[in-house]
Write a new protein. Structure first.
Length: 537
């Protein structure tokens, strides 16, 4: 019986050879697992399995299987694998980690009512104002573009959720929040804590010998203080009739109708805050990285945006309709560097069968987005005659390159002749009932910032003291379920003096939009806001 633990049972999809008891645990990748999973997918197929002790993991690197199992059969694949750390820190109330529980369903319902395309459009003015703030910050201190992008995504979601913006990166609301969130991410990394979900007996080790348990407690206390404090601040403002149309006001007004107690409201707000920040900033940072690394694509986008928008005004969301190349750049950034290369793990609520394979109840499923979108069989393209000659008239395998030209050729960027209909443009936002509830809000942020940044700036590699170019490293990414480029340097300059002037003027006009969100600021932040407006005048 012991020897059977860890073995791949009959009917499971194939996978790497197992050893007794551990199964594949000894070879489970702990860093950038999407690379190893992609290698295994090429060897074992679009549906392969791993055994971790008695637990089963299935990895999907086949878009048709994803469509069928994750979207169409979502009623049985919408669970999450158990997370002891998640339970310890958030009592199972973190929407992104929660199992398929009544609490998750309640939070999901609450987000669906408020994060629809129509509802998110109400938040466009603050997104637009923060996007102008980002341009202004980059214009004046281009070297801190990386943290200014993080400031953008944090401030937008603070305003949307709690009606209270954060005006500078250095403020505790940004740096403290990001530090704790990264500590929390580290605790969720495979291997960071003993495998209590698979071997519950390990939980009997007393807390004084388990640093990770003390870390969980500290993270829990810090997160509760922030998230619950923010809800209390919003509640207090509502008591004083100082409503400003924020998302949490709506939740608090409908709290009883939504069936949410105070604990749930606190963690709900916290989950949305976490879900919105690193993801949006990671996307924009990857976009900048790609523009620096691929000047030809940047040049074409500049030409298009100049043709459609011109010199004398900033782009608006409506302009995007007329900019197929900029739209292609937006899609290609998702494909080139998906922010969650393995999505977020789902788990099965019942046994499923697919193409003769058995996927038992309780299986963890990863969608290998990296492997799907970096498949040379699907994403090889030929650009033009010059490249054809360079490649000796052969198709070259280039999913690793940033080539927006894929998109005008097919909706999902697959090479001509390959059926990409199992993919969809929102694939990067997840699947079935678990699809990202912040998708529309995120898309507005992405579209606004992609257009603004391309309209306003030239992005070039940094140069050293001797004037030599320092190329960016397009592979230097942070570990974790949600990745981001590591901080990098580049030169960002305004494309024309008149565009710089427009940014200055538009920045002054944001004061009106910002005023209702500049509540509860610390004295330092208030002074910072007053100083930067004065300086702009
Ligand atoms: C570029 C931006 C973003 C990307 C690429 C992204 C992507 C994703 C992905 C892949 C998932 C996992 C879905 C699944 O399990 O199948 C997810 C879940 C989630 N996202 Fe996003 N997201 C983004 C922005 C946002 C924003 C702005 C918010 C909040 C307003 C948000 C809140 C969440 C939440 C709460 C979940 C968990 C949903 C659940 O488990 O039911 N995300 N996101």
């Amino acid at each position: 019986i012991v020897l059977k633990v860890g073995s791949r049972g009959k009917g499971l999809p194939p996978g790497p050879p197992t050893i007794p008891i551990l199964g594949n645990a000894h070879i489970f990748p702990t860093e950038f697992p999407h690379h190893k999973f992609t290698e295994w997918a090429r060897k074992y197929g679009g549906l392969f399995s791993l055994k971790i002790g008695n637990d089963t993991v299935v990895v999907l690197t086949d878009a048709a299987a994803v469509k069928e199992l994750m979207d169409k059969r979502s009623s049985t694949t919408a669970d999450r694998p158990p997370s002891y750390v998640g339970l310890l820190i958030t009592d199972g109330l973190h929407m992104a980690l929660a199992r398929f529980t009544p609490a998750w369903k309640t939070e999901r319902r609450a987000s669906a009512a408020i994060l629809t395309p129509r509802a998110t459009n109400q938040h466009l003015p603050i997104q637009r104002a923060e996007a102008i703030q980002l341009l202004y910050n980059i214009l004046h201190s281009p070297q801190s573009f990386y943290t200014d992008i993080q400031l953008y995504s944090t401030s937008v979601i603070y305003s949307v959720l709690h009606g209270r913006r954060v005006p500078q990166y250095e403020t505790e609301e940004v740096t403290g929040f990001i530090a704790v969130m990264h500590e929390w991410d580290a605790l969720l990394e495979p291997g960071a804590v003993p495998p209590i979900d698979a071997i519950p007996i390990l939980n009997l080790i007393p807390e004084r010998w388990e640093k990770w348990k003390r870390d969980c407690k500290r993270v829990r206390d810090l997160q509760r203080a922030r998230y619950f404090g923010l809800v209390e601040e919003t509640r207090e403002r509502m008591r004083r009739n100082r409503h400003n149309g924020s998302f949490m006001e709506d939740v608090l007004e409908r709290q009883a109708e939504l069936g949410m107690d105070d604990e749930m409201v606190g963690w709900f707000g916290g989950t949305l805050l976490e879900g919105a920040t690193d993801t949006t900033s990671s996307y924009i940072q990857s976009l900048v990285l790609a523009l620096v690394a691929y000047p030809e694509a940047q040049k074409k986008a500049h030409e298009e945006i100049d043709r459609v928008v011109g010199e004398h005004r900033m782009p608006t969301l409506e302009d995007l309709e007329q900019m197929p190349y900029v739209r292609a750049i937006i899609s290609e950034t998702h494909r080139f560097r998906p922010i969650a290369p393995l999505g977020a793990p789902h788990a099965t609520l019942a046994t499923e069968e697919y193409h003769g394979y058995i996927i038992p109840k309780g299986t963890t499923i990863f969608v290998n987005m990296w492997g799907i979108f970096h498949d040379p069989g699907k994403f090889t393209i030929v650009l033009d005659s010059v490249q054809l000659i360079l490649c000796s008239l052969a198709l070259f395998d280039n999913p690793e390159d940033f080539i927006p030209e894929r998109y005008p050729l097919s909706e999902n960027g697959t090479k001509p002749g390959v059926d990409g209909s199992d993919l969809r443009p929102t694939f990067y936002f997840g699947f079935g009932r678990r699809i990202c509830p912040g998708m529309y809000l995120a898309q507005n942020s992405i579209n606004l910032n992609a257009m603004n940044l391309l309209w306003a700036f030239d992005f070039k590699p940094d140069i050293d003291m001797n004037g030599n170019t320092i190329p960016v490293d397009i592979f230097a990414y942070r570990k974790g379920i949600a990745t981001a480029p590591l901080p990098f340097k580049c030169r960002i300059t305004p494309r024309t003096a008149s565009k710089a002037r427009i940014i200055e003027n538009e920045f002054l006009e944001t004061a009106d939009t910002f005023s209702k969100f500049e509540v509860g600021l610390s004295p330092e932040d208030k002074e910072f806001v007053a100083r930067s407006r004065e300086h702009a005048r």
